[in-house]
Design a protein around this ligand. Structure first.
Ligand code: ADP
Length: 469
């Protein structure tokens, strides 16, 4: 079985969020179970800065390796990809994103022929790659090279669809009337919609989210397209790469630990984090961490709106994130006002991220919606207890801890309101103050296995089934 992964982010070459983690680790897990995988992504400026040994394959394609022998190809284009960021800057999304990713998708299919990598499956991730299934069935429909190739489209976040003004449609170079219909979305051209329509199988990143996106509330306008697919949408939970995320071996953290022995190390990491972020080095105060995109999705409005009441509970909070300037400004103000309780860093900082997962007691992730979410899985694996809203992958991975359920691993609220959020934080703080209870909860969290093994087998099954279609 030969699979090519097409994605706009792959860790460690280019990352803004969980998509990169998934596309940098799932191929390794697939390879372990005997699937031959290659990866193709755009050759952004940051790829050159990652310091990997590169080999030039064609005039516009270079190559390196991931893990043990997975070939990773980079499609280069100075004007399109030699930029500071992946998708946009402070002014918003780059206005030529449709051309940038259109070019990338077109080049992927040319490249596979040039290097003679004839895939059984082209596995596309998110809207940036959604033109590939369309091109396969339109531009390449009579090409013998791709006659046996099928496409799988994985939705990592339905909120991002690649919708552009309809005047840009001619740039895509597809002319059939079926294509025109497939892209049409409220007077715009929608790349993800077409990708969903054209691909042979659609998957998403958690079972709960697979259900949610077929409803009006979470479907972002595509619920009809998704629920009308004759073969449904399958949700496969993401895993973690334990070579990257592992408190036993993590070289970024002050003290390593495991599920069998964690108390002293957790405290050392906490003190180190407090020192690093100029907070009082106190053991008795619950330290809440946040690592993530500063966006509406992540529930930061709840945190900002209730900040006065949170601080009254005598808690510390550390925020690491990049994104929406509004949230950045609000958090900065809160940190200035409550400097003893709140520390903020607006940066993309991998080492500090690891230190927050390891050093915090609890992890704030009150996302309004969450396709899978890696941050809560990472925090669980680091014995840092997540506080989450019951949605998407958060609902699939965090089980409420309570008087009646001592086997739970986190705090889950179901009333998405300031009051609902405050109530769950109060509960978390109360459990934190009971050493025995909190120790038990931490143990529960640390013992949960998030490795890719199981999900990789499910993907294998999906590939096999699609191949037979
Ligand atoms: P999403 O994909 O919606 O952004 P996930 O929880 O799935 O959210 O994944 C987020 C990933 O990005 C995690 O690995 C998280 O640690 C990382 N991350 C997000 N923001 C930052 C940041 N500012 N610095 C370091 N790592 C970050």
């Amino acid at each position: 079985m030969k699979v090519v992964f097409c994605a706009s982010e792959v860790f460690p070459f280019a990352k803004t969020g969980g998509l990169a983690d998934v596309c940098g680790s799932l191929p390794i897990a697939l390879k372990k179970i005997g699937i031959e995988v290659a990866i193709v992504l755009p050759g952004y400026r940051c790829v050159g800065q990652a310091g990997c040994a590169m080999e030039q394959v064609t005039e516009i394609v270079s190559r390196t390796k991931l893990g043990r022998n997975i070939q990773v190809y980079f499609i280069e284009h100075e004007q399109y990809f030699d930029r500071e960021d992946l998708y946009g800057d402070a002014a918003g999304d780059y206005p030529d994103n449709i051309e940038r990713f259109g070019f990338y998708c077109d080049q992927v299919l040319q490249l596979l022929k040039q290097i003679d990598f004839q895939p059984d499956i082209v596995h596309c991730h998110d809207w940036q790659t959604a033109l590939i299934p369309v091109y396969m069935k339109e531009k390449y429909k009579d090409d013998a090279f791709y006659a046996q190739t099928k496409t799988v489209m994985t939705i990592h976040n339905l909120a991002f669809q690649g919708a552009f003004p309809k005047e840009q449609y001619p740039k895509l170079g597809v002319e059939s009337s079926f294509a025109a219909q497939s892209f049409e979305f409220y007077d715009q051209v929608n790349l993800l919609k077409a990708g969903i329509t054209y691909s042979d199988k659609v998957t998403t990143v958690s079972p709960q989210y697979a259900q949610e996106i077929q409803t009006k509330q979470f479907g972002c306008g595509l619920e009809g397209v998704l629920s009308e697919r004759y073969d449904g949408v399958i949700g496969i939970l993401n895993g973690l790469d334990h070579d990257v995320w592992n408190p036993r071996t993590d070289s970024f953290i002050a003290a390593k630990y495991s599920a069998d022995d964690f108390s002293d190390a957790k405290l050392t990491n906490k003190m180190q984090l407090q020192k690093e972020l100029y907070l009082d080095a106190r053991d008795d105060v619950p330290l809440f961490g946040f690592v993530g995109r500063l966006s509406h999705q992540k529930g930061l409005d709840l945190v900002i709106d209730t900040i006065k009441d949170l601080v009254k509970m005598d808690v510390q909070m550390v925020f690491l994130g990049l994104g929406n300037g509004h949230y950045q400004e609000k958090l900065k103000q809160a940190a200035a006002l409550y400097s003893e309780n709140i520390a903020v860093r607006f940066d993309f900082n991998e080492p500090l991220g690891h230190q927050i997962y390891a050093g915090s007691d609890l992890f704030l992730m009150p996302s309004q919606f969450e396709p899978c979410g890696l941050s809560q899985m990472i925090s669980l694996y680091y014995g840092t207890i997540p506080v989450v809203f019951k949605t998407g992958g958060l609902a699939d991975t965090v089980k409420p801890f309570g008087l009646l359920n001592k086997d739970g691993n986190g705090f889950v609220f179901t009333d998405y309101s300031n009051a609902g959020f405050l109530k769950i934080v109060q509960k978390a703080v109360k459990v934190f103050s009971n050493d025995k209870e909190f120790h038990r909860l931490r143990g529960n969290a640390l013992r949960r296995d998030f490795s890719w093994e199981k999900s990789a087998r499910v993907y294998q099954e999906v590939y096999n089934n699609v191949k037979k279609q």
